[in-house]
Write a protein that binds this ligand. Structure first.
Ligand SMILES: Nc1ncnc2c1ncn2[C@@H]1O[C@H](COP(=O)(O)OP(=O)(O)OP(=O)(O)O)[C@@H](O)[C@H]1O
Ligand SMILES: [Mg+2]
Length: 242
């Protein structure tokens, strides 16, 4: 069976010459959830930007067997929902509600349907009270919730989220973890919050200096102290207390 996502020997250098990806290969089967971990500058965000065609490196990225460059851009973005590391990159409308409605309207929903869906995901993300606010006046954590809602409202087949709980207060973090864990979609989550990765992912890949150094079941990788330390990471508290 064709994997949902296949990345094969992906290389990418930024225009200034910084080599961010040096031959990344990864496969994600339907229904799986992958945590992408690694130190600052490892290439996590750069890699995620390739999954819905924002960046194009050399090598191949296939979604459902079709190279991303062969997908119509709108179809690809409706299938692979990417939540950016910086939520300000995701929000450009006058109000949060309009930002969350934008995707569903593009998918062809009526304005009533789009609004209903948008309000439901804003509610689920703990951001319903922010619906009428200009996104760029929101706090970092509020903005992150709205940015997540813009992607959830598209109901993509693959959710790709760069740091879903960064800047969230503890209650918000718990709420977002609860929300994501209840979603049926396949997902890829890049984060330094390894407790969250443990809760939300069944597999983990360690990326460092643009290369994948290990992949495996979440508990096996996240309890391997030597492996994690070699890549600037630490065993999460819940796995180190024995
Ligand atoms: N716009 C850019 N121009 C040039 N180099 C960049 C750009 N964005 C990122 N880089 C470089 O690419 C490499 C990978 O960065 P990336 O943001 O993908 O890392 P990351 O693993 O997401 O790190 P973090 O944990 O800090 O989010 C780094 O060396 C970074 O300095
Ligand atoms: Mg990053």
């Amino acid at each position: 069976m064709t994997a949902l996502l296949e990345i094969d020997d992906l290389h990418f250098a930024w225009p200034d010459g910084t080599q961010a990806l040096r031959g990344v290969s990864l496969t994600l089967e339907e229904g799986r959830s992958l945590g992408l971990i690694g130190p600052n500058g490892a290439g996590k965000s750069t890699l995620l930007l390739h999954l819905n065609g924002i960046l194009h490196g050399s090598g191949t990225v296939r979604v459902r067997g079709t190279p991303v460059e062969d997908w119509p851009a709108d179809d690809l973005r409706a299938t692979v929902g990417l939540v950016f590391e910086d939520p300000a990159d995701q929000l450009f409308m006058p109000t949060a509600l309009e930002d969350v409605c934008f995707g569903p309207l593009n998918l062809g929903l009526s304005s009533e349907e789009a609004r209903a869906r948008a309000m439901a995901v804003l509610e689920a993300a703990g951001a319903a009270h922010l619906a009428e606010r200009p996104p760029h006046h929101l706090s970092a954590g509020q903005m992150r919730r709205v940015a997540l809602a813009t992607v959830l409202a598209m109901e993509p087949e693959l959710l790709v989220i760069d740091e879903p709980v960064m800047a969230l207060d503890p209650e918000g973090r718990e709420a977002i973890i609860g929300l994501l864990s209840a979603l049926p979609q396949s997902r890829i989550i890049a984060s330094h919050d390894l407790e969250m990765v443990l809760q939300l992912c069944d597999q983990v890949a360690i990326l460092d200096e643009g290369r994948i150094h290990a992949t495996g079941p979440v508990r096996k990788i996240l309890s391997d102290e030597d492996l994690l330390r070699a890549h600037g990471l630490r065993v999460p508290g819940s796995l180190s207390e024995s």
